[in-house]
Design a protein around this ligand. Structure first.
Ligand SMILES: Nc1ncnc2c1ncn2[C@@H]1O[C@H](COP(=O)(O)OP(=O)(O)O)[C@@H](O)[C@H]1O
Ligand SMILES: [Mg+2]
Length: 252
């Protein structure tokens, strides 16, 4: 198979379960090194799409091209409880100097001191870092992330955001991050796509300079726009009436 220009190229992809067409003629391109966030209502087919991209599930029709070197991280770390952290990282891999590679990957995610730990002794954030190291050690050209931070506390999530950006910059894989968190999508991605009715309903390029924060210029306007696309009514900040009007309304 020839090398492909785009990291991901989907054409008219269909995936259905019985009569239910979860993915319904989806077209999607992701450029090498591009960071894309995928938003969509619960049950809109985000995980189904990601599993197909990861090679964990098939499609019913259409064309799906992905790099061979790809890795996926899910909401749960999916570690083998009877294997130490470093062994989990290289599980199923046959590579030379496997332990050294595992140590390197764990060091990159800040876990050099937890190499020998068993999963049960790791915090939620640490376990997700091990899962991330397991992805990294495969040197993916495409990193698939299915709500990997959703189960973490807010502080750990902020640290993971920083880590993921740092690793993305260093290793430059294309990333597809599934999230239900609009802020997370805007903080991290080059482009946010919204999945609805089995297709891309909307997409938005995020040109905000990094590193980003929710208080920066332009952030709230993008947030309002995305929330509107997701069916949550919010006024864009610029369209908000001045404070004095609000007060007048409040006091009748
Ligand atoms: N293996 C399966 N068999 C039958 N239905 C499935 C299967 N996997 C997913 N579905 C259905 O496909 C729809 C999309 O699911 P999913 O991709 O998990 O959504 P999301 O990740 O966006 O919440 C849901 O209605 C779900 O019940
Ligand atoms: Mg899902």
């Amino acid at each position: 198979m020839s090398t492909i220009e785009a990291a991901v190229q989907l054409r008219n992809v269909v995936r259905q379960f019985g009569q239910q067409r979860v993915i319904d003629g989806l077209d999607l391109d992701i450029a090498p090194g591009e960071f894309v966030a995928l938003l969509g209502a619960s049950g809109s087919g985000k995980t189904t799409l990601l599993r197909s991209l990861a090679g964990l599930d098939s499609i019913d029709s259409g064309q799906l091209r992905v790099p061979k070197a790809r890795a996926a991280v899910f909401q749960e770390p999916r570690l083998m409880p009877w294997k130490r952290a470093w062994k989990n990282v290289i599980l199923g891999l046959r590579i030379p100097e496997a332990k050294a590679r595992a140590v390197q990957a764990l060091t990159e995610v800040g876990l050099a001191h937890r190499l020998e730990a068993y999963p049960a002794t790791l915090s939620g954030g640490e376990a997700q870092r091990v899962a991330l190291a397991r992805g990294l050690v495969r040197e993916p050209k495409l990193l698939l992330l299915d709500e990997p931070f959703a189960a973490l506390d807010a502080l750990t999530r902020i640290k993971m955001h920083r880590l993921i950006i740092e690793l993305w910059r260093k290793h430059t894989p294309a990333v597809l991050l599934v999230t239900h968190d609009v802020d997370e999508a805007i903080l991290l991605a080059d482009r946010v796509i919204v999945l609805a009715d089995g297709k891309i309903a909307e997409q938005l390029r995020i040109d905000l300079p990094r590193s980003r924060d929710t208080g920066q210029d332009g952030f709230q306007a993008i947030r309002a726009r995305l929330l509107n696309l997701l069916g949550v009514e919010v006024d864009a900040p610029a369209a908000r009436p001045p404070a004095i009007n609000l007060r007048r309304v409040a006091h009748g």
